[in-house]
Ligand binder design. Structure first.
Ligand code: NAP
Length: 684
């Protein structure tokens, strides 16, 4: 039976029987995948005309809320996914990375979306750029949702995480997704998508699934669409030059093969904690997901002097790995995903063996637990040794996408950096080193060629997430061979699915389009103290202009006594006079912002619940005894937390002196109730 594709609001079975998907351990056929008969132009249209508008009607916070609900719902169904995941060859701990890791990514983006994005549809990028002397012409970058479909083409190795790590930032950006899983493991992705669609948490059209080929979909792409691809460099190279991608400059984000290095630093000699950590990590990276991880260690670089020690330690550890059906007791490493992958890996190992010696793992004779070795896609962990990697080629270019790594001897730090860079651009590197200064030099040598670099030593090993784990808050991707793309990285990953636009115009025009009040825009006297106005009634530009206060020498001395800050510039006239910035005693900057609060705060009980910080504080000009200060406080940005009964309000705040010069500038961050008179339950 064919798997279903969910497109245009319904499940479709392909017209013809498609490609067979098999259980990785037993070879039993699970299902077929075919997208024959699908109208791909209609699929794109559905995303653009149904899913896109529905998502864009939601704010960032509402989309984040949907991601959270989805993560909770999928968490309840994990057991069902684990059971199916065994069929891909994954052990339980492999499934935790794929399934729990994918759900965890949804949670992270839900959290970041509601904390770091406004409850709005436009994301304001950076500060206003002054473009004119008189201040009537300014610039502001903003991001808006792209109005097309995000096409996600995923690799077979992480059928759940691979989908969710792209889906979370895409949906948060307000873009609908069309997911095409790799055929070999599409049955697991399909099961998850069925549950997502059943949950009705996402608006219709936000997620479509194509099992099987994507047919002529690329021919129908246009400039608002995007493609995010994970898979081999070879496939990426052919897809990114598709005429439609080129003609319409369709963004094409690629995450591809990578020959990732792990470096044992010269200080990490046998007997040190870092040496043991390195051995453990190489074994883990070779065997987790049977080495089918784009970030796995392929090149283990070790000082020439300790090569034999490393070979011995790795042989001993790898011999303990029990290979077999992941459902069988005690199995540590499952099979590869399919017989095709097994053949591919064995062919790649044969290529590597022309330059490197196989020191562990014989591809023909090894034990398989709980399964018939001839039916499943089993291979043993295989370790190669390259004694002269500087003159070798294949060990830097050939990726065997399985439990395969090559040990390489290096001479010195410059040599190890050069060897790691021969990967031609990689996703990840790790450095096992207790000497932070040395690690720092290695890291900076690796950084131009690597998307992520992890330094492991005794100080962080216990809590380290390891060489091979991409993390939602950090970017995943790498230059050159790794595809040149970038995903995840917190909100950075969301912005790939949005369009940045530079707005220019008068401050009022910029305020109107960005949804954030900018200096120079009209200010408004709301007729009452802005602290008496509930959240929903506050308007951008609502302003309070305070009365004046003279700053005296007594103020400075009393503030010094109260705070304990007796810095000479405040307390000693002769020393302050010698200071080239001040030329005499000045008020504490912190006194100024305290005095400003005294000038603008409305003391009575009301909708302002609290102040949770200050942003962008700058002391612009010193204030001397006798100066007179006053404050302007303007409602600059609002973000509603509907479920909490309050919203965040940022107030643009400027303290000026008697000459109308700005002496301090900052944003006061407050929580403002939606009720004029809130009570302890958060209601009026
Ligand atoms: P692949 O053969 O390149 O396939 C990747 C995806 O592209 C699959 O969904 C595949 O669908 C699809 N595809 C293949 N030909 C296509 C075409 N002509 N038009 C549209 N889609 C096409 O790679 P794979 O074997 O699945 O994955 C293994 C490789 O992926 C390894 O080399 C690994 O390094 C790399 N990888 C990289 C990352 C990363 O984040 N950088 C992550 C995981 C894997 P079908 O399955 O239906 O052919």
């Amino acid at each position: 039976m064919n798997l279903g594709s969910y497109v245009c609001g319904a499940w479709h079975q392909g017209r013809q029987q498609g490609v067979a998907m098999r259980d990785a351990s037993t070879g039993e056929v699970i299902a077929h995948a075919s997208s024959s008969g699908l109208d791909f132009a209609a699929v794109l249209k559905h995303a653009r005309e149904v899913g896109g508008p529905a998502l864009r009607a939601l704010t960032f916070h509402e989309r984040a809320g949907a991601l959270k609900s989805l993560a909770k719902r999928l968490s309840e169904l994990k057991q069902e996914f684990y059971t199916l995941s065994y069929r891909t060859g994954a052990t339980k701990s492999d499934s935790l990375i794929d399934i729990d890791g994918g759900i965890g990514t949804l949670f992270v983006f839900a959290g970041k979306g509601s904390r770091e994005l406004p409850n709005a549809r436009v994301y304001v990028d950076g500060d206003v750029e002054g473009l004119s002397k008189g201040g009537t012409f300014v610039g502001q970058h903003v991001y808006v949702s792209r109005e097309g479909a995000a096409v996600h083409i995923n690799a077979f190795n992480f059928p759940v995480w691979g989908m969710l790590e792209k889906l979370a930032p895409t949906l948060l950006a307000g873009m609908p997704a069309i997911v095409k899983p790799a055929t070999a493991t599409a049955y697991l992705t399909e099961a998850v998508v069925r549950r997502i669609i059943e949950s009705k948490i996402l608006p219709e059209g936000a997620l479509q699934l194509v099992c099987g080929s994507i047919g002529d979909l690329f021919d129908h792409l246009h400039c608002q669409d995007s493609v995010s691809f994970t898979g081999s460099a070879h496939t990426a190279a052919s897809l990114r030059v598709h005429p439609t991608i080129i003609r319409h400059a369709v963004p094409f984000i690629a995450e591809t093969d990578s020959l990732n290095s792990s470096i044992l630093a010269p200080d990490a000699v046998p007997g040190t904690q870092e040496f043991d950590l390195f051995i453990k990590e190489v074994v883990r990276e070779m065997t987790v997901k049977a080495g089918q991880k784009c970030t796995a260690i392929r090149k283990a670089l070790v000082p020439a002097a300790v090569v034999e020690h490393v070979v011995g330690a790795l042989q001993a550890a790898l011999q303990k790995i029990i290979v077999g059906d992941p459902r069988a007791e005690g199995v540590r490493m499952g099979p590869l995903v399919s017989q095709e992958q097994r053949n591919d890996v064995l062919a790649r190992v044969a290529e590597l063996r022309r330059e490197a010696e196989l020191v562990t793992g014989t591809p023909v004779h090894f034990e398989v637990s709980g399964a018939d070795a001839s039916r499943g896609a089993f291979v043993p962990p295989m370790l190669l040794l390259s004694r002269d990697p500087g003159t070798a080629r294949a060990v830097h270019e050939v990726e065997a996408f399985g439990p395969v790594a090559t040990l390489m001897a290096y001479q010195d730090t410059a040599d190890t950096i050069a060897l790691a860079r021969r990967g031609g651009g990689s996703l990840a590197a790790s450095v096992f080193c207790a000497d932070d200064a040395l690690a720092g030099r290695i890291v900076l040598g690796l950084a131009p060629y690597h998307g992520r670099i992890i330094v492991v030593n005794g100080a962080c090993a216990k809590e380290s997430t390891g060489h091979g784990s991409p993390l939602a808050p950090l970017i995943h991707g790498g230059p050159g061979r790794a595809g040149g793309g970038e995903e995840l990285g917190g909100i950075r990953g969301v912005l790939h699915y949005m369009q940045r636009s530079a707005l220019q115009g008068s401050p009022d025009s910029i305020t109107a389009s960005s949804g954030r009040w900018v200096r120079g825009s009209a200010v408004r006297d709301p007729g009452r103290h802005p602290f008496r106005i509930p959240f929903n009634d506050l308007e951008l530009g609502d302003t309070l202009r305070s009365g004046e206060r003279e700053v005296t020498i007594e103020d400075i001395e009393r503030f010094a006594a109260l705070s304990g800050d007796n810095f000479y510039a405040h307390m000693s006239e002769p020393e302050a006079a010698r200071n080239p910035l001040f030329g005499g005693r000045v008020a504490h900057g912190y006194f100024l912002i305290s005095a400003a609060a005294g000038l603008f705060v409305d003391p009575d009980y009301g909708p302002v619940l609290g102040n949770y910080g200050i942003d962008s504080l700058r002391f612009v000009k010193p204030v001397k005894p006798g100066d007179k200060i006053k404050v302007r406080l303007t409602c600059m940005a609002k973000s509603l937390r509907a479920e909490k009964g309050w919203g965040e309000v940022a107030w643009d705040t400027e303290i000026t002196n008697q000459n109308q010069e700005t002496v301090a500038s900052y944003q006061v961050l407050t929580m403002v109730s939606i009720y004029a008179v809130p009570d302890s339950q958060g209601v009026h």
